[in-house]
Design a binder for this molecule. Structure first.
Ligand code: HEM
Length: 117
């Protein structure tokens, strides 16, 4: 079984000379790799000790880059630290509120129209 690593532990490895990052709930030690990173050492140091999944994906790394990850894999993020995606997102709530607002406005406008006639 692979090793489980807590986010609190990852956070302690937040320096250039001791650099861990999390991508897709897997933990990588990129201390050595930072000097070879085509995207620069600074980008990795900025992401040190935290979840860099979004940063990694936003760059649109190649499949070669994804393949390289395996070399630096040291364990999985502990289950307790894996954020479960809520089935109801902020977007869903905003859409529901927007729809309700439009609905109520329509009913109000139609009623006023009926009342005038
Ligand atoms: C272990 C993790 C990572 C590996 C193995 C990796 C590997 C690579 C590789 C191979 C490239 C060359 C282009 C490509 O093949 O996609 C690249 C480019 C780049 N990487 Fe990463 N990367 C990692 C993490 C990150 C993170 C966390 C960031 C944060 C922002 C980042 C930012 C960039 C940027 C900005 C470039 C573009 C460089 C350019 O096009 O001039 N990388 N990376």
């Amino acid at each position: 079984m692979s090793k489980e690593i807590y986010l609190a532990t990852v956070k302690q490895h937040n320096k250039a000379q001791d650099l861990w990052i999390v991508i897709d709930n897997k933990v990588y030690d990129v201390t050595q790799f930072r000097l070879e990173h085509p995207g620069g050492e600074d980008t990795l140091v900025d992401a040190a000790g935290r979840d860099a999944t979004k940063d990694f994906n936003d760059v649109g790394h190649s499949s070669e880059a994804r393949e390289m990850l395996k070399k630096y894999y040291i364990g999985d993020l502990a289950a307790a630290d894996i954020q479960k995606k809520s089935p109801i997102s902020c977007r869903h709530i905003a859409l529901a509120l927007g729809a309700a607002f439009i609905g109520i406005t329509l009913v109000y406008v139609i009623r006023r129209g009926v009342a005038r006639n």
